[in-house]
Write a protein that binds this ligand. Sequence first.
Ligand SMILES: [Zn+2]
Length: 95
Amino acid sequence: MSKSILQNKKECYITGTTYNLHKHHVFEGTANRKLSEQDGLWLWLRGDWHNLSDYGVHFNKELDLKLKRMAQRRWQEYYNKTKEDFIKRYGKSYI
Ligand SMILES: [Zn+2]
């Protein structure tokens, strides 16, 4: 498992709990999921905030976009890259 660049601890990114955690790749789809794994663009979410409720990130467009924006900013900063670099790698910009 790659190291996440979005969080240091194994805890829910939203609630901080360490119980019932799911690993979420911020950018989904076959290609982007693999890149998310490689680049550390994944985080831990409690099951309900992942896909076990209608407010979970997989069904909650607002939360999904918030996490994608945060992750793209962090990726650009961490790897010292531009928005254009991000688009080249992930297909589009979210910011
Ligand atoms: Zn997920």
